[in-house]
Design a protein. Structure first.
Length: 552
């Protein structure tokens, strides 16, 4: 067994990851960019508009001549972006109608400047010829007239920082846009920065806001771009660099990060097989899983772990079910038995036997299919209180000590503990009743307070760390919400953590990489079978394609 430092500061860590910034943090980045680089706010707006137009050109295969655009503009800088986009589209041959939700004298300075440029450029007596329709919305200008004639709707009304429900024309436009979005034949919808109406402070805003096919945000993603349920309104997300130095982004206090493919690639490079690699240098994972009722969970976890790149996998099952489990395993997996309780679960006495040989392993994964027998709970508590190596705690093992009122019962202060609950299990662990309104805050608080790595499964998995970081995972789909997928994740994660312990990699970022890989495998399985049909075994079998995707 190799020592796994609890402090991530002495582990090999990823390079800079992509921060998720709040509206206030983003304003500060813009302010510092202007102050420290000399780039003006007008140049930032022009650069942002060009980034949006690049994506529109991609959307229409580089030809927008004659395409009809309806650009909806608010009074702030989001509206200014929209006005600049309208000008650029017009110069490229697009037919543009600009709809103003506010009078120009209420515009921000940069928005007002772009309004005047657009107005001058397209006036009837302009040497450039022609006009763009610039219209102020009124009670006589119904939303249906706007949407029915467009090839593309550009939403530049509010952007970030909205804290109250949208109202007036904006609400009417949003309602109509959501109706049209359901049609098979409809305009494309592009939102600038954030779909108008979304607010990370109001979960219900996702039901009121615009729904986009494509959202172009700038510099860094915002909570409304990436966190459930808001991300659904964004469609495809493009994060455009408009000139702010990375060091200004890194200075912001946000500890929320969006996982990306580059993070997965970096973990693979950090843990790659070298010429002198062999099984004992790749980590040894112990999996404690299964019961008479749930023997398949042990099989799924162990076979998933074997596909993770770990050197050795030893599966411990209750002695009464080994005959059902062994024939279904890969031949490379070592299987051992521990005393059972007479009902197909682990006896409490099994803990001492496992602890006696635990120094052979770099990590342990416990919980898959254990059952809720009282003896099994005693067994789990004994293991977690005494093991000095990293432990991944899943499923029934989580319920053994819920609610978690004292982190000392799982020895989290002196050893790495990774808890992987779904929302129901998390509510039991944390004592939170009812729906989780702020998942980011709940995950961050629990992980720091208990000195654990917390993987909150569900839509847009969140990974919280003891040092306050939170990773948002964008991979995966609702087809993963079936029996067995938690077991495959536990196996893969256990394999990754055993390798991390052997190689000196950061356990939190290793956990994030495992979650990203598992979600990617789920997406590959979805593409092959569809959400309705795909199974946990399909996801496990897709690990090969997921690794190949990032290795290439």
């Amino acid at each position: 067994m190799r020592a796994f430092a609890l402090s991530s500061s002495v582990c090999v860590k990823f390079a800079s990851m992509r921060k998720v910034l709040t509206a206030a943090e983003m304003r500060e980045v813009d302010r510092l960019t202007i102050q420290q680089t000399g780039i003006s706010s007008a140049v930032l707006m022009e650069t942002a508009a060009n980034a949006v137009v690049r994506e529109i050109l991609r959307l229409f295969n580089q030809n927008i001549s004659g395409k009809r655009f309806a650009i909806l503009c608010g009074k702030g800088n989001n509206g200014g972006d929209g006005l600049a986009v309208a000008r650029l589209l017009y110069l490229l041959g697009g037919q543009c109608r600009v709809f103003l939700l506010f009078p120009p004298d209420e515009f921000s300075p940069d928005a007002r400047a772009n309004y005047h440029i657009l107005h001058n450029l397209t006036a009837e007596d302009s040497p450039f010829g022609g006009r763009i329709g610039i219209e102020r919305l009124s009670v006589n200008n119904k939303p249906v007239d706007i949407f029915e004639s467009a090839d593309c709707i550009i939403d530049a009304i509010f952007g970030t920082g909205l804290t109250k429900p949208i109202s007036g024309f904006a609400a009417s436009l949003s309602e109509r846009e959501r109706e049209i979005f359901k049609r098979n034949r409809r305009p494309a919808v592009l939102s600038i920065d954030v779909p108008s109406g979304l607010s990370a402070e109001r979960t219900e805003s996702a039901d009121e806001a615009f729904i986009a096919d494509l959202t172009v945000t700038f510099t860094s993603p915002k909570p409304e771009n990436v966190i459930a349920p808001f991300y659904r309104n964004n469609g495809k997300l493009v994060i455009a660099d408009i000139g702010s130095p990375n060091k200004l982004i890194e200075k912001q206090s946000s500890k929320v990060f969006l996982l990306e493919a580059s993070d997965a690639v970096q973990w693979l490079k950090s843990s790659e097989y070298t010429y002198d690699s062999y099984k004992n240098r790749r980590g040894h994972l112990a999996i404690i899983a299964g019961s008479a009722e749930y023997s398949g969970a042990a099989v799924l976890a162990a076979t998933a772990a074997m596909r993770s790149g770990v050197g050795l996998v030893t599966l411990f099952v209750p002695e009464g079910i080994s005959g059902k489990v062994a024939p279904r395993l890969l031949p490379e997996i070592i299987i051992k038995t521990l005393p059972d309780n007479g009902s197909g679960g682990f006896a409490s006495s099994a803990a001492e036997l496992f602890l006696a040989e635990s120094d052979k392993f770099e990590a342990v994964a416990v919980g898959c299919g254990l059952g809720l027998d009282s003896e099994t709970k005693v067994f789990v508590k004994k293991l977690l209180s005494e093991l000095k190596i990293p432990v991944i705690v899943d499923a029934d093992a989580l319920n053994a000590f819920a609610p978690l009122e004292d982190a000392s019962v799982i020895n989290a202060k002196t050893a790495v503990r990774i808890l992987t609950p779904h929302e129901g299990e998390f509510r039991r662990l944390s004592g939170i009743e009812g729906h989780l309104r702020d998942r980011i805050a709940a995950v961050g608080d629990f992980a720091m307070r208990n000195s654990v790595i917390l993987v909150l499964k569900g839509e847009r998995v969140l990974i919280g760390t003891a040092d306050g970081r939170i990773f948002v995972n964008p991979t995966g789909n609702s087809g993963l919400g079936k029996a067995g997928n938690g077991d495959t994740l536990t196996g893969l994660l256990g394999g990754f953590i055993a390798q991390a312990a052997a190689l000196g990699l950061d356990p939190a970022e290793t956990t994030a990489a495992a979650v990203y890989f598992a979600g990617t495998a789920g997406d590959i399985a979805q593409q092959k079978y569809g959400k309705r049909v795909m199974t946990a075994s399909d996801v496990r079998d897709a690990f090969t394609d997921a690794f190949r995707k990032f290795s290439n």
